[in-house]
Every structure is written in structure tokens, then in C-alpha cells.
Design a binder for this molecule. Sequence first.
Ligand SMILES: NC(=O)c1ccc[n+]([C@@H]2O[C@H](COP(=O)([O-])OP(=O)(O)OC[C@H]3O[C@@H](n4cnc5c(N)ncnc54)[C@H](OP(=O)(O)O)[C@@H]3O)[C@@H](O)[C@H]2O)c1
Length: 338
Amino acid sequence: MTDLINRQYYLASRPVGKPDASHVPYRDVAVSEPAPGEVVLRNLYISLDPAIRGWMGDDPNYIEPIALGNAVRSSVLGRVVASNSPDFAPGDVAMTMGAWERYTTVPAAALNKLDESAGIPLSLFLGVLGPTGLTAYFGLLDVGRPKAGETVLVSAAAGAVGSVVGQIAKMRGCRVVGMAGSDDKCRWLRDVLGFDAVINYKTCGDYGAAIRGACPAGVDVYFDNVGGEILDATLLCLNKFARVAVCGWISTYNVPDAPGPKNLWQLVAESVTLQGFTVLDYLERFGEGIAQLAQWVMAGDISYREEIVDGLDNVLPTFLRLFDGSNQGKLIIRLPED
Ligand SMILES: NC(=O)c1ccc[n+]([C@@H]2O[C@H](COP(=O)([O-])OP(=O)(O)OC[C@H]3O[C@@H](n4cnc5c(N)ncnc54)[C@H](OP(=O)(O)O)[C@@H]3O)[C@@H](O)[C@H]2O)c1
């Protein structure tokens, strides 16, 4: 093992605003033999998720901040190259919470073995058949609780989570309206995914007027991926007993001291339920979610986009694309097998 070198991108200091190479430099370290019970993965795919930006800070979060000096935490999928556990053999493929690094060493109990023989492209287990698909599935159905005929508004609708939310809501018989940041993304939502209406929030002008125009019967479920001014405007467009599923607030992640929502009084005025959630709340139901998502994907009922970028050294600039909207769907770094 000692001839294997692990390149790691690690957190040297906590960014204020967008992280750059001074916050996330790299180092090359030798890979150690796995201790009893441990397994070494050679990573093939690294998932880039907006939540990682939160873990770079030290505010309370649903998992602890990344410690200074540690490699940047990320979901990874890789092939076993060394195992000191009877449960894994070299060649097995598995997923785990790893890091922005070439090799990840973890206890076998932290690994989720995948079956390559099923012929499913492995990257899908980080996206539509993994955490992002599950976030959409449980967040919409359990937190948003849409009913046929209701209007569902989704922000960051062309993204990994949002695009799946909208398609599930359509299958539930809802009127689905998506907000996205380019005409191309809006066209894809309407013409390919079958959204009923779309709003390009970068060109629409007044958010409230645009939402009222696209949702003439008001909003019954708002799946909130962005927070900020779009949330504030939507609060004024909610129907009686509407549900707001708070999935993420990406518009605030790189904004120090971002102002909070101003229109929360609408929760009282319209008897609204606003509920945050994380996909980890549904760990015990992941099997159900993955089975349903796989069935929909195989039947062609759910389309997805993934953008796969080659090379670990592209990890930070690629991650930053989540925050300027230049990613087209689930964003993943691919590393060569050898
Ligand atoms: N609660 C959970 O368990 C959970 C799990 C996964 C993800 N999430 C959250 O879900 C949201 C989407 O994540 P994702 O992985 O699916 O990423 P994604 O939507 O594929 O990519 C992020 C998108 O956010 C949009 N965006 C970026 N900055 C924005 C801003 N200032 N205002 C409005 N939109 C902005 C961009 O799309 P446009 O081009 O449309 O601007 C960008 O493409 C994030 O808030 C994330 O934190 C939550």
C-alpha cells in the first residue's frame, strides 16, 4: 500500500463567501494499510453537493463541520483496493461518506456495497438513484404532501433535486411550476419534463408578480431549494393550509449575514406549515425510495441530467459551478480507474 499516494483537497481555513484555493489546498500523502475492520476505496466518483459549503463553516448543522485540516467531506463511490474486513474484497464497488480525495479509508460498516452486475451506470447511485433522488422523493411526498389538482412550485427546478421533485409532482396529478436561472433550463423543464409553467428568475423582474402569473390559483406546495428573496415572494402567494418543504437555501450559502425571510407572518395568515428536513431523516426508508425511483427511471417516467467532470484537480472550480448555475443537473467528479 505504501506506494499508493492519496491526493486530498483539505479545509485549511473557513471561507467567508465563496471558497478558493487558499481555503481548500491539496496535499499528497501515503495510503496506509487498512486497520482491522477497515477498507480502502479507490474513488471513481465524487458527488458535489451544495451542503458541502455549509460543512466548511462552523455554524450548527445536521452533521458536524469539517474539522480544519481534514479532507473536504463528500459522498464517494469507489472500488475496493485493500480490505481488512471479511465483508469486502478487492474489486467490490461501494459508496460511503468520503472526501475530495483519491483514496478513502473507512470502517467496513460505513460502506454500502453496490451490485455492478445490474448494469446501472454507477454515477446514478450518487444522483437520481441516490441522495438527491431520495431528497426529492421524501421531501415532496412526506413534507410537501401534494394532492392531485394542487399547484406545486419548485425553485432550482432544473437541478438534481428540483427536476425530480417536479416530475414526481406531475405523476401525482399536480400543476407544476418551476423556477430556474436560464431560458435553456426553462425550456428543458417545460418541453422535456412536462412542467406546466416556468419562470426564469433571472429575467422575470418582480418575483411576486411572476409567481402569481404562473400560479393563478395560488401555491399549495412550495419546494424550497433556494431561500432568500424567492422564498419571501412565495410566502405572499401561498394558499390556505399550504406546505413549504424547506430543502435548502442555496442563495444564502456564500452570503455572510444573509437577511432572514420577512414575510413569515403568512404562516399565520394562511395557516401554512413550513418544515425543514434532511434526507438523513429517512435513512430507514431508503430501500423503499430507491426501489420506487429505479422503477420510475427504468420506465422512463423520470428523466435526469448529470454533468460528469473528469479529474480530481477540477474539484473546487467544479463545485463552485453549483453557485453560479452553470451546472446542468447532478454534478459529479470522475476519477480514472488507474
Ligand atoms: N435537505 C436535504 O437533505 C438536501 C439534500 C440534497 C440537496 N439539498 C439542497 O437542495 C438544493 C439543490 O441541491 P442540488 O444538489 O439539487 O443542486 P442543483 O440544484 O443541481 O444545483 C444548484 C442550483 O441552484 C441554483 N442556484 C445557485 N445559486 C442560486 C441563487 N443564488 N438563487 C437561486 N438559485 C440558485 C442554480 O440553478 P439556476 O441556474 O436555476 O440558478 C444551480 O444550478 C440545495 O439548496 C441543497 O442544499 C438538500
